[in-house]
Ligand binder design. Structure first.
Ligand code: KG4
Ligand code: ZN
Length: 347
């Protein structure tokens, strides 16, 4: 079946068209189109996403992207529409919901709500997912269960244990800042533009990851929870204490911060892998675009005997394609989210 997907939870407007099949057990998707309008330039002067500006831009971009889709697929046919209902910025989410409801009425097609975090999770099922190694006992490079998934984005840091593509348990999450948020905040301290993740990554290439021993909060804590606010504060104090003596090397700060964040994410994920006897590790969400995290978690997963999966860069950041799959899975699982923006929707 063909699915039309709409994503407006944060600062990317996404409209995608997917051909999906396989059901809950073996979901498969071909991405026929994945249009994304990024608002980064709009929010950059403010150093972060401004909800009402995001809303205004989504309202402007949605009809433009949909028209573009119509012009590229003649005739445009779909059997189901899906839209992100949360989590995210509520004014932004509402624009997508209202737009999708109007389309459902006009085209007389069913509409299902999608969970943005499930979208990130299922992005690992989109074409082009990179894998390292085969799961124990597997013949092909496919996600095998039990699996552990690390969802790291600007708003969330969640560790899941999955028994299948439709059944999971939340092992841990962040108690304060999300991983991406920490990258964004540290970037701001270093006077780098928003979004900070890619900027820190770039600057870190010229720095020494072992130069500054920043705090690695909760590394040895028994829970699977994370805390990135302590790490952020540790960077703040370092900058404050060394501002006067002129010894700050921004590239060393970026590299050492990035390494501290990656170390905590990898350590907790691998402990979960070992305890769950996981055969696969899935890395997803915006921070999954981080090359150091991809590299270190990939290596550590293989060492722990699990195959490693990470979606290609184009599906790490928010997009409609991942929402198409999340909507399909919700539809197949008969999970019906209310058509109401839910900023705090959980996975
Ligand atoms: O998933 P996403 O597009 O939006 C949310 O659902 O939050 O993630 C955006 C986050 C931002 O915090 C951004 O700084 C971070 O992902 N990010 C990165 C990288 N690229 C994006 N963080 C670290 N390294 C990167 N290369
Ligand atoms: Zn996201």
């Amino acid at each position: 079946m063909n699915i039309l997907a709409i994503e407006t939870s944060c600062d990317e407007t996404g409209v995608a068209l997917l051909k999906v099949s396989g059901g809950v057990r073996a979901p498969k998707a071909a991405v026929l189109d994945n249009l994304v309008a990024s608002q980064i330039k709009i929010h950059q002067p403010f150093g972060g996403v401004v909800p009402n500006l995001a809303k205004r831009e989504h309202l402007k971009n949605l009809p433009i992207l949909f028209k573009k889709l119509q012009s590229r697929h003649k005739p445009l046919t779909f059997d189901l529409i899906t839209v992100t209902v949360g989590p995210g910025l509520e004014p932004a989410l509402w624009t997508g919901i209202t737009f999708a409801q109007a389309l459902a009425k006009e085209y007389k097609k069913p509409l299902v709500g999608a969970n943005h975090l499930e979208g990130h999770l299922y992005s690992a099922l989109l074409p082009g997912t990179i894998s390292r190694g085969k799961a124990p006992g597997a013949k092909k490079k496919k996600i095998a269960f039990p699996a552990v998934a690390l969802i790291v984005s600007g708003g969330h840091t969640v560790l899941l244990k999955l028994g299948s593509f439709s059944e999971w348990q939340r092992l841990g999450e962040t108690r304060d800042d999300a991983a991406g948020e920490a990258f964004d905040k540290v970037a701001r301290m270093l006077e780098l533009p928003y979004p900070g993740g890619p900027e820190i990554q770039k600057l870190a290439l010229e720095g020494d990851p072992n130069a500054i021993p920043f705090a690695r909060p909760m590394l040895h804590d028994k829970s699977y929870d994370f805390s990135f606010s302590g790490l952020k504060t540790s960077v703040l104090y370092y900058l404050r204490d060394h501002r006067e003596d002129g010894t700050i090397k921004p590239a060393d700060v970026a590299a050492s911060f990035q390494q501290a964040a990656v170390d905590v994410l990898v350590a907790k994920t691998i402990r979960a892998v070992r305890e769950a006897g996981a055969k696969s590790v899935i890395l997803c969400g915006g921070v999954a675009a981080n090359k150091k995290l991809r590299l270190d978690l990939g290596k550590a997963s293989r060492k722990a005997g699990a195959a490693f999966f990470v979606p290609p860069f184009k599906y790490n950041l928010d997009n409609g394609a991942m929402i198409g799959l999340a909507g399909y899975m919700a539809y197949e699982r008969k999970k019906r989210y209310p058509f109401r923006a839910n900023g705090n929707l959980e996975i």
